[in-house]
Design a protein around this ligand. Structure first.
Ligand code: CO
Length: 246
């Protein structure tokens, strides 16, 4: 009972709720933290100085611009360890001039990390590309896919001539990669690097979910191109061969 000798505000505060450290895994993430500990131990066992070296620097030779799809993990597919590939991923592996995120990643990779290769990596069965093929989609994702939808209209004549919808979708995934490499080749960061003689090669690759294999679409570029001619030649070569997924 309060005896009146102390103001009420001095009453002992109740004990705080048990503190949950942000470093402790909530139940839903428990398995991830377990896996992480095992992975860190394994890396240390195979190379005692592995993490020490990573802390002091990263010097990747590659920038991977891929789809956010959970089935296309950059490092794993090409067998590269942490520190060996700089990664940007978004829905449908797009290079948009107005996407500050993508542009900053590209600029940092070229100017600070001096990557030698930038790979745009599409994949067959891409949900983003399929949605763009199907037509306008509502909401933010539909808004994000506008550029891919536009490419669908640019290539409508040849795409519409394909009877098999699966083959049409495969083609659209390939076309999207070439169009994105074309966009990449026009970016100021890339052109400036080429103009100052920095070695930098752009590539268009596509990954098969069904067999785990990467294919080169033969769109490599290592100097400032005459963009429209390059794009035309890359598209002609693409249509001249069957889809790589077939
Ligand atoms: Co995708």
């Amino acid at each position: 009972m309060h005896d009146g000798s102390k103001p009420v505000t001095d009453a002992p505060t109740p004990p705080p709720e048990p503190f949950v450290s942000p470093w402790e895994a909530p139940d839903e993430l428990g398995a991830l933290f377990d896996n992480n500990r095992v992975w860190a131990q394994r890396m240390r066992r195979s190379d005692a100085r592995f993490f020490d070296r990573l802390v002091s620097q990263q010097s990747p030779r590659y920038l991977w611009i891929g789809c956010s799809d959970s089935r296309v993990p950059a490092n794993e597919i090409v067998g590269l360890a942490p520190g060996e590939v700089f990664v940007h991923r978004n829905v449908a592996n797009q290079v948009l001039a107005a996407d500050l995120n993508c542009q900053a990643v590209i600029a940092y990779a070229i100017e600070n990390l001096h990557v030698r290769h930038i790979m745009v990596v599409g994949h067959y069965g891409c949900g983003g590309v399929r949605a763009a093929l199907a037509g306008p989609t509502d909401g933010l994702v539909g808004h994000w896919l506008q550029q891919v939808e536009l490419f669908r209209h640019v290539h409508a004549r040849r795409l519409n001539a394909i009877a098999d919808p699966e083959e049409m979708a495969d083609r659209m995934c390939e076309l999207n990669v070439i169009e994105q490499v074309s966009q990449l080749s026009r970016l100021p960061s890339v052109i400036t690097a080429w103009d100052r003689g920095q070695p930098l090669t752009l590539h268009g690759l596509i990954y098969g979910l069904h067999d785990g294999l990467l294919r080169n679409l033969g769109t490599s570029l290592d100097r400032r191109p005459e963009t429209l001619n390059w794009r035309k030649a890359a598209l002609r070569a693409l249509w001249a061969r069957p889809p790589a997924n077939r």
